[in-house]
Design a protein around this ligand. Structure first.
Ligand code: SAH
Length: 207
């Protein structure tokens, strides 16, 4: 239904701005963003902007999602933890890139809705968990990749602990001013952080 809008988004917003990873582009072109937005927003589901999903939360702008996924360099065999299920859109993308996804949502209504939506759309390798992302999800740790879609003021220690050796974590970090940070854990467990770009995400709540 939205094939033309989707192709245009991929060409103009993603490829046009430098997204190159073929797996990310393929995941973006096979995931129906219109299924993850509110009924009234369907016509603008592929617009170059975040959209409201209720409860004061948003589904991120397509470019930012693609950029984060590209920087994570996700492989087929990976287990990935996402903080902030929201609409479930990013979890759906992740499910096409990795073996197993665990996604945590703190707001009850969004958790229920996201879980139901992902089930209805037939995604099988996603476990939706109701909880506080600051704690992570020890039960399935370690994770090869961790992605935060709400901004903490500092990267939560629990999440760094739950990151596998040779793992990568990407997160918007800050308050009024936020930056996207890429954290890597090397073979010896040493942590390095890189500042990528200024961003604007909803704040992470809890703790
Ligand atoms: N990835 C989502 C983006 C949702 S916006 C999508 O594709 O639609 C960020 C989400 O993070 C919101 O749903 C918000 O409720 C959730 N969130 C905020 N703080 C959280 C926390 N401490 N633990 C888990 N989820 C949290």
């Amino acid at each position: 239904m939205f094939e033309a809008e989707k192709s245009k988004m991929i060409k103009d917003q993603l490829i046009g701005r430098g997204i190159k990873d073929a797996r990310v582009l393929k995941a973006m072109s096979s995931t129906p963003r219109e299924e993850f937005v509110r009924e009234m927003d369907k016509p603008i589901s592929y617009a170059d902007t975040p959209l409201s999903i209720g409860c004061g939360q948003t589904i991120s702008q397509p470019y930012i999602v693609a950029y984060m996924l590209e920087m994570l360099d996700i492989r087929d065999e990976h287990r990935v933890l996402e903080i902030g299920t929201g609409s479930g859109y990013e979890a759906a993308l992740l499910s096409r890139l990795a073996k197993e996804i665990v996604t945590i949502e703190i707001v009850e209504d969004l958790y229920e809705e996201g879980k139901r939506r992902l089930e209805n759309l037939g995604y099988k390798n996603i476990e939706v968990v109701r909880g506080d992302g600051y704690r992570g999800y020890e039960k399935k740790a370690p994770y090869d990749r961790i992605i935060l879609s709400a901004a903490p003021t500092d990267i939560p220690e629990n999440l760094v602990d739950q990151l596998a050796i040779n793992g990568r974590l990407i997160a918007p970090v800050g308050g009024l001013f936020q930056e996207l940070i890429l954290l890597e854990k090397d073979e010896s467990g040493k942590i390095t952080k890189k500042r990528l770009l200024p961003v604007k995400f909803v704040p992470m709540v809890g703790e």
